[in-house]
Design a protein around this ligand. Structure first.
Ligand code: NDP
Length: 376
């Protein structure tokens, strides 16, 4: 902090103060002192690093808030400050030691994750201060990028936070996971688990656009009400208050199940398996009910159903579709513009609440895409 120091509450400082760290800024703000923080003067970056690997559902103590210096910008680079940071179920896999499709976060390493950030300083001719970018920056306030593969966002097209949801990874997951993996046909019955989440709420609407009958499974009466009313699901049920999933699915899918979009796995998926039609297609997108298990949960052995129904179950990763993201984004934004697609964001305020917001995903706290708002 530059100014008259040391100082006390009884003898508060006056004049213009330039803070170098967020902690210094906060210590001034409690005393109602106006602080102008020049981004260029900022030299400290708040980050969440992995403190320990969770056993079961992650806890706040698994993460540690640290401050690190922001390095000097080199030619060709820009510095951006986070506006929104994403929390997503896949991060559970990144902080575990189990085999996965991507490298995990080391103890002491920066938590991974997508972000929307505003450029505050640039030595890259393609990016100027004020530009808003979609950048995989991790759980930190500032990022330095060389601009490669970075998407500039236009706030006049849609709120920039949608780059983390409906016009970003989760929207694209719904789009390709449903259309490419399952190829749904008009009149078919599409069942979606995790139906009120970021991916599931969009899957149901795309299936409706394609002329399908949609049935959603979600963990709350408020969630069921929302997907029926706003996402146009034809039927839905709350799995937390339903005892017999099989009986409920029979009631809601009188013509059987042609397409299943699986976000959760476990006993919900077991029940769906028993009701699939001949030539059913199943998109195995996520298995969140299993992510916190130390050992795989033993279930009934249902793969024989695939033979009986000559059905297909296919896992997929959205990153495999990177070359086609442009096509998916064009279609999703077209549907948004035409009012055919609705989305909901579940915004948690404050950088310091990132771990809490993430952990809440495993307790079903969110409706729609959960995002943490960090700055403007
Ligand atoms: P969501 O917005 O759906 O949030 C997670 C939701 O999962 C919670 O709100 C909760 O909803 C549900 N949930 C949590 N624990 C359980 C449980 N034990 N049993 C059943 N449901 C549970 O997250 P996303 O939409 O971002 O992700 C959905 C799924 O898709 C995840 O499994 C994720 O890993 C996967 N995914 C896969 C991708 C890929 O490339 N294959 C890409 C992106 C996501 P509820 O109240 O209904 O229980």
């Amino acid at each position: 902090m530059v100014g008259r120091t040391p100082w006390s509450a009884a003898d508060p400082p006056i004049g213009l103060f330039t803070c170098r760290t967020a902690m210094e800024r906060d210590s001034l703000l409690v005393h109602n002192i106006t602080v102008i923080m020049s981004p260029i003067a900022t030299t400290a970056n708040r980050q969440f690093v992995l403190a320990s690997r969770p056993a079961g559902v992650p806890e706040e103590s698994n993460f540690k808030l640290v401050e690190t210096p922001i390095p000097e910008l080199k030619d060709g680079e820009f510095l951006a400050r986070a506006m929104y940071l994403s929390v997503d179920p896949y991060m559970r896999g990144r902080i575990s030691q189990a085999k996965s499709y991507a490298a995990g976060v080391e103890i002491g390493g920066l938590m991974v994750g997508g972000g929307v950030a505003r450029v505050v300083e640039s030595k890259n001719a393609k990016f100027a201060a004020g530009d808003i970018v979609d950048v995989y920056m991790g759980w930190q306030e500032y990022v330095i990028s060389n601009g490669k593969g970075i998407r500039k966002l236009d706030p006049s097209v849609a709120p920039v936070s949608t780059a983390l949801g409906v016009l970003g990874g989760t929207g694209l997951t719904a789009y390709f996971g449903l259309l490419d993996v399952c190829n749904p046909k008009p009149g078919e019955t599409v069942v979606v688990s995790g139906a009120a989440g970021a991916v599931g709420s969009i899957v149901g609407q795309i299936a409706k656009i394609k002329g399908c009958r949609t049935v959603g499974i979600a963990g709350g009466d408020d969630k069921v009400e929302w997907i029926l009313k706003d996402c146009g699901y034809d039927a839905a049920f709350n799995y937390k208050t339903t005892e017999d999933y099989g009986a409920k699915l029979k009631e809601l899918c009188p013509n059987g199940i042609d397409v299943y979009f699986d976000n959760v796995g476990g006993t919900i998926t077991d029940a769906v398996f028993m009701q699939i039609n001949t030539f059913a297609r199943m998109s195995i997108c996520g298995q969140i009910s299993q992510y916190n298990n130390a050992k795989p949960e033993m279930g009934p052995r249902l793969l024989g159903m695939l033979i009986i129904a000559r059905a297909k179950a296919q896992g997929f990763l959205i990153t495999d579709y990177m070359a086609r993201f442009g096509e998916g984004l064009a279609e999703l934004s077209g549907w948004l513009r035409e009012g055919k697609l609705k989305y909901r964001e579940d915004i948690v305020e404050g950088f310091e609440n990132l771990p809490k917001a993430f952990i809440g995903l495993f307790h079903g706290e969110n409706i729609g895409k959960r995002i943490v708002k960090v700055g403007d």
